[in-house]
Design a binder for this molecule. Structure first.
Ligand SMILES: Cc1cc2nc3c(=O)[nH]c(=O)nc-3n(C[C@H](O)[C@H](O)[C@H](O)COP(=O)(O)OP(=O)(O)OC[C@H]3O[C@@H](n4cnc5c(N)ncnc54)[C@H](O)[C@@H]3O)c2cc1C
Length: 350
């Protein structure tokens, strides 16, 4: 049997511009593996529900391209499951799309240690960001802490070019592996009240929906600068949850947007503004990579003493959309029903 190419799926649930997937395909018959581990389950229930939709959608697309083989879904710890599986199948390289949170870095470290004795390696690939933040440095070689010079540097350097699209036909690994059925999978058994609402109102998931949404938005991008501050209008791209699970590549978003600005100059200003927002996303990742303690500690020590009231009735009221401020409550209801919230509905100025 030819050794398969293993794609360890953690994010980036798409076939287009997915260097990790392409590297796995180049290694041998494709074996995409998703592991339901502790890290997956530490996410909130609604996020896991969204992740499940991304997983099911990519699984269906893969089955079409391979003639019936989808994602192998296993339960356990990735660094305990994958190394013995790779050894059994004679695989030396494990491909993953880089997902640079500190928790993932810890898991990647454990994975490397578990692969080392067999001489196997973990290969990380780009695709989640426009530019790897470590490529963007100040004149002194330090990290940017302010958005504007960071954005200028991204525009100057230019985002990495998208990788070529995945082949329309993919040769899949035929090794029989006992995995979970993606259609019977429930990654969010603890999602109770919100489940019916999300099932009814959440926008379609999957890379097809994401790319269609992108193209639809680009056709009306001229209205973005004026409309993006209006929660009553559908003037923004609505791409945030697709980007979060990697159903659309930010580099493809950039490339398609630039092309659109060139062929339809009336949209160029709107597209320029939109891409500034997409750079904000890279900037947030840049900060997280540079200051990995950010999710749990203030990036400025003098803010540590802020008198947060973590169980205040006002907080509970906000979480339940019961503040009495109609616009704020509408934002929370939007989040409950669709999994998204308009940019301006969590902004105290409105
Ligand atoms: C106080 C505040 C809190 C926010 N918290 C989150 C959050 O927890 N998770 C989240 O994904 N977004 C957050 N955002 C960003 C933004 O509100 C949402 O991503 C946006 O509503 C998504 O809608 P869209 O895709 O239609 O945005 P568009 O206006 O079409 O923007 C395009 C893309 O740019 C990125 N983007 C836009 N605004 C920002 C921003 N302020 N920071 C970083 N990236 C941005 C997103 O990836 C977005 O999909 C927050 C914004 C504010 C002001």
């Amino acid at each position: 049997m030819t050794a398969p190419g293993i794609f360890w799926l953690t994010r980036d649930f798409r076939l287009h511009d997915n260097p990790a997937l392409q590297a796995a395909i180049a290694d041998g018959p494709l074996l995409p593996v998703f592991i339901i581990d502790r890290l997956t389950m530490t996410q909130g229930a609604a996020s896991r529900w969204r992740l499940m939709r991304a997983l099911q959608s990519l699984d269906a697309t893969l089955r079409q391209r391979t003639g019936g083989k989808g994602i192998t879904i296993l339960r356990g710890e990735a660094d305990e499951i994958l190394p013995p599986l790779m050894k059994r199948l004679g695989v030396r390289r494990l491909h993953q799309s880089d997902w640079p949170t500190s928790e993932m870095r810890t898991l990647q470290g454990r994975m490397r240690a578990a692969l080392r004795p067999a001489g196997a390696e973990l290969v990380l690939h780009p695709g989640h960001l426009l530019v790897h933040p470590r490529a963007i440095r100040t004149g002194n070689g330090g990290a940017y802490r302010v958005y504007s010079p960071f954005a200028r540097a991204v525009r100057q350097l230019g985002p990495d070019r998208p990788a070529a699209d995945a082949p329309r036909r993919i040769t899949a690994c035929t090794e029989p592996l006992q995995g979970l059925d993606p259609l019977k999978l429930d990654l969010a058994p603890d999602l109770h009240r919100g489940r019916a609402a999300l099932e009814q109102f959440a926008p379609p998931a999957g890379e097809g929906a994401a790319l269609a949404r992108l193209d639809d938005f680009l056709d009306r991008a001229s209205a973005y600068p004026g409309g993006r501050d209006r929660p009553d209008l559908d003037a923004t791209s609505g791409l945030s949850d697709h980007l979060a699970v990697g159903e659309v590549s930010p580099r493809v978003v950039w490339a398609r947007a630039m092309l659109k600005a060139e062929v339809s100059p009336e949209h160029a200003a709107g597209i320029g503004k939109f891409l500034s927002e997409v750079i904000w996303r890279d900037f947030s990742w840049h900060l997280l990579i540079e200051f990995p303690q950010m999710p749990v500690a203030c990036c400025r020590p003098e803010w540590e003493g802020f008198p947060w009231r973590k169980d205040a009735p006002e907080l509970i009221g906000w979480q339940r959309a019961e503040t009495g401020v109609a616009l704020v409550d509408a934002g929370l209801r939007q989040m409950w029903l669709t999994g998204r919230m308009h940019n301006r509905l969590d902004d105290v100025r409105y």
